[in-house]
Design a protein around this ligand. Structure first.
Ligand code: MOS
Length: 742
């Protein structure tokens, strides 16, 4: 073998790419079973009240309709314990489908029709007649703001403590701004709809193909709710057609399909419609009052960042929104606040960089406003207020190459050519041109994760962990880590995921998969290397007889003396000579305790150019440069993919995405992709992605920070700031649609 087996840091195409583009990759609703039946969910037409009557007789009369489940005939479950928590539950009590006659939100599932075909189930669902007694609902955060409260309990970090004396410093500041930013609710719109195919096996066990970002989480949900053992419910999810957070919590189609399968003793598939995808979690509408004060030179003297987020009546979904300001800016007089206001809607749900995109949008626009007050370049203002340590936690950063992001991003964008005054730049078509920038940050967490590795006599390595690949490139990067560590060709390595029978992994979210599962994969390979080395040493005439493990290198399918590569044995040779058919190792990897002494984040600087047609108010993002400090980049190709997708989503957040609630009905009205606008190819600007050099040996043994979320943070602010620069009009409410600009 002569090809290199070093893969980390090399642009590598997806190992699952062929399966995906040829249709070999199967998603939750594509698994079949003999005698499969189909469930269709009936959704509530009111936002709040009670079901008075529910008549299922017409649906049941159709030949081929097997059952219609409602709150009246649903089986009693052990689960209806309000304290049930899944891995991503906020404090409160979860929504319980078909529990009773109460309706808590519009489109709440009120019945499940199960039939021999999907078309029949869908038709029969239209025949279910429900009458309601409506109660007054409130869905407007602006109205409920008056009743906002501080949550008693947080799933994540609470806002930081106040420091210094904000009021005094604000009054004494040379320049001040006091503003309020808002954005509407947004919904996850992955291409793949939520679906569960529950295969009922003859022995009564269930094999569940679920759309989820964590098979372990789905398994624990059905286990607890239906009183099943791990063996009785296996959850499988090899491919996910986009998650973005929508699959972090088990959704009601999983409950419905599992309940029906157990009751009917048949295999059941329940798929939600695009409309029904708007019936559960979403990014919460949030209001953010911000006040900043600076001295004449531009040093921040006072910072106040508050937020009021929307939540449901039954769970306190709190995000980390205001903390970012106190971490990014080293202001000594600062205060923070976070409150929730309840509306009659479903509980919000983490959506790509939850809280981070929200908070950084507000503070980064506010900093832009302050820069104009000060007559300072917005980039210069950031550099004047650069945090060398995290004042929230009073901790040093494990690494922070944000300055390099600012510098390299600005250079690539040609920021120095910016004319400071708003409305001063034009293109040849007489469009107003605006240049804006913003900072981004996202935490780089490591969670405990396990992995198993099996090396077989033919030199093939199979590594497994019950994580997911929601499109992020997990299959590929884990294969690269394993191949690189073992010195095996990539094609000899198979990585398995998405099966609850594999070693435990956390939900795929929070940008922690590479850090968590990747560390486990590296560790398990290290264990295997040691085992292999021991075997090699025991062989007759072993070239390693006097060597220690530290003296050898694994490369090109061989174990070699690092000092003398001619002293080598191939991995397959070692196994053959030792008479072993396979070598196994399983590990649990945990974050090192030294991480507690550091503040650990990825950073970014985003630069955006917009062109605004002054007559029509249309806005086009024409250029984006995103410079990322994300530690060691394991696969520049999949890494760049992550940032490109995130930039596109940031454009959506800035200009298009908006779940429009009709407060009369308490319902999101644009629950389809014709009216819920997302950026399309025609909206795609020139996007440059820069990964700056960043060395970090604290974050995890790989030195890599997660990239799933950092790419979207800061994008909306950079665009909003560019729009101000182009037009001189400050729009503080997302999305910035043309009516707000005109
Ligand atoms: Mo992400 S919102 O942690 O899937």
């Amino acid at each position: 073998m002569s090809t290199s087996t070093h893969y980390l840091g090399k642009a590598t195409s997806r190992v699952d790419g062929r399966a995906k583009v040829t249709g070999q990759a199967k998603y939750a609703a594509e698994f079949n079973a003999p005698g499969l039946t189909y469930g269709f969910v009936v959704s509530s037409t009111i936002a709040k009240g009670k079901i008075k009557t529910i008549d299922t007789s017409k649906a049941l009369a159709l030949p081929g309709v097997l059952q219609v489940f409602t709150h009246k005939n649903r089986p009693p479950q052990p689960w209806f314990d309000r304290s049930f928590q899944d891995e991503d539950s906020p404090p409160g009590s979860p929504f319980r489908p078909l529990f009773d006659h109460h309706v808590h939100f519009s489109q709440q599932p009120v019945a499940l029709v199960v039939a021999e075909t999907f078309e029949l189930a869908r038709y029969a669902a239209t025949l279910v007649e429900v009458t309601y007694e409506t109660e007054d609902h409130v869905t407007d955060l602006g109205v409920q703001r008056a009743k906002a409260y501080v949550p008693k309990q947080y799933k994540n970090d609470p806002p930081p403590d106040a420091r210094g004396d904000f009021e005094k410093a604000f009054q004494e500041a040379d320049k001040r701004i006091e503003v309020e930013y808002t954005h509407t609710s947004e919904h996850h719109n992955p291409m793949e709809m939520h679906a569960s195919t529950v295969v009922w096996e003859e022995d009564g066990t269930l094999t569940i193909y679920d759309k989820t970002q964590g098979v372990a989480n789905s398994q624990s949900y059905v286990k607890q709710i239906f009183g099943l053992s791990k063996k009785e419910a296996r959850v499988i999810s090899p491919f996910v057609g986009g998650g973005f957070g929508s699959g972090l919590r088990p959704q009601y189609q999983l409950f419905m399909a599992t309940m029906a399968a157990l009751e009917l003793k048949r295999s059941v598939r329940v798929t939600l419609t695009r409309q029904q995808m708007f019936s559960f979690g979403h990014r919460p509408a949030t209001i953010q009052p911000i006040a900043l004060g600076a001295d004449a030179g531009g040093t921040l003297k006072a910072l106040s960042h508050k937020a009021i987020g929307e939540t449901s009546r039954f769970e306190d979904y709190a995000e980390i929104v205001v903390n970012w300001s106190g971490m990014i800016y080293p202001c000594e007089n600062a205060q923070f606040g976070y409150q929730l206001a309840q509306v009659d809607a479903y509980t919000p749900l983490d959506m790509r960089a939850p809280g981070g995109v929200t908070g950084m949008f507000a503070i980064e626009c506010a900093m832009d406003e302050l820069a104009y007050e000060l007559n300072l370049d917005p980039l210069e203002l950031r550099l004047k207020n650069y945090a060398e340590k995290d004042l929230n936690e009073d901790l040093p950063f494990s690494s922070k190459e944000l300055r390099a992001c600012y510098e390299q991003g600005a250079e690539k964008f040609r920021w120095a050519h910016r004319q400071a005054a708003p409305r001063s730049m034009h293109d040849r078509q007489h469009n107003l041109v605006g240049w804006g920038m913003a900072t981004g940050s996202w935490d780089s967490a490591q969670q405990p994760a396990s992995a198993k590795a099996v090396l077989s006599l033919d030199g093939k390595l199979t590594v497994s962990s019950a994580t997911s690949d929601i499109g992020t490139g997990t299959y590929t990067v884990m294969s690269q880590i394993a191949a690189d560590r073992m010195g095996l060709p990539l094609e000899n390595v198979t990585f398995k995921l998405g099966d609850s029978s594999l070693p435990h992994a956390p939900l795929q979210g929070g940008s922690w998969t590479v850090s968590s599962v990747g560390s486990a994969v590296q560790l398990v390979c290290d264990g295997l290397r040691k085992k292999l080395f021991k075997q090699a040493q025991k062989l007759e005439n072993s070239p390693f007889a006097d060597a220690s493990f530290e003296d050898v290198t694994f490369a090109e399918g061989q174990v070699r003396l690092t000092q003398d590569a001619s002293q080598a044995l191939s991995i397959t040779e070692i196994m053959r000579q030792s008479g072993i058919n396979s070598l196994e190792e399983e590990v649990d990897a945990k974050p090192d305790s030294k991480q507690k002494k550091y503040s650990i984040y990825a950073h970014s600087a985003v630069f955006a150019e917009v062109k605004v047609d002054e007559d029509l108010g249309t806005i086009k993002v024409t250029r984006v440069v995103s410079a990322i400090a994300g530690g060691r980049i394991l696969n520049p190709k999949t890494a760049r993919n992550q940032i490109l997708g995130a930039v596109m989503w940031g454009i959506g957040m800035a200009l298009e995405e908006e779940s429009v609630m009709d407060h009369t009905y308490g319902r999101f009205m644009n629950h389809n992709l014709a009216e819920y606008h997302i950026p399309v190819n025609a909206d795609t600007p020139e996007i440059e992605v820069i990964f700056v050099e960043e060395h970090d040996d604290i974050v995890n043994p790989l030195g890599a920070k997660g990239l799933g979320e950092i790419g979207i943070v800061g994008v909306a602010a950079a665009i909003a700031n560019a729009i101000f620069h182009a037009t001189g009009k400050r729009v503080r409410d997302l999305p910035i649609t043309l009516d707000k600009v005109l």
